[in-house]
Write a new protein. Sequence first.
Length: 309
Amino acid sequence: MGNRRGGVKKDNVLPFSRDHEFYFNLSVKRAVEKDYAGALRYVEMAIEQEAYNADYLFNKACILVELKRTRESIKLLNYIIWNIDPTYTECYFGLGCGYFEIGNYEKALHSFEKYLLMENEGEFFEDAYEILYYMRLPGDLSDFDFERQAAVSEKAQKQHKDSSLKLQAAGSMYLYRGNYKEAIRQFERSIMAYPETKSSRLRLSMAYYMTGRTAHAKLLAGSVLKMQKSNQMAKLCLALYYSTEGENDMSERMLGMFSRIRAKKNLSQQEDEDRRFYVQMLEAAPVGDDMKTRLSFAARRIYSPGGAN
């Protein structure tokens, strides 16, 4: 605003920041106005600044559906689940709608069931329940039986998990040999088969890290913590990644958590494999010997048979 003496007093003008939140809010506004092309443009501008923001990516997937770009939406929703946040339940509802739209009813049914089993008070619960009711065969239109469906889901998940473990073993073999490209391919397939796998996510994060893709490595290790906040191997991976990037405060913050941890007396086979995998990969990690020693000690302290003091 000009003053009475003429001109603008520039020293008092506050800078106008167009950050990712600004662009995201503009995208939401455009979507409410049904200007989906504008909404897509602005959400992509937000994603340029926050590439791994699950909320931004989910909203982009919803906008793509409105623009009749359903297959792109499906791909993006799967990307969120596989790479960022497997607990983002709305993605499963979105996948159900997307698969239904393109005529893949088997995957639609699976996605809606997954959503209902994970989210019993979600925003789309009633919609998913109703869609599932009408998707079932005429002789099987009873109410959604959570106990029965959980048993069916458990059997199917075991099959997916077994397949995932085989792919994980293959990926680990390639990773130990230094064939990072093939290791990444196997671990990605493992996660696609069973998105809930934590070990494959950590191994894939390490494969990305070894190829210089540390931002993606941090993303995957973070996704494990979203599934299990107490996962110590994920914290150790993050401590390594932060240290490599010179984010020493964050690295020390992660390492500081381990001074108060008591070692487990008994290891599961998977925990022991994760521990040995991490210690072995540390040998080739591009960090100083002092940090390698500290990280290796922390890994052995957490998973030490007999329980270290």
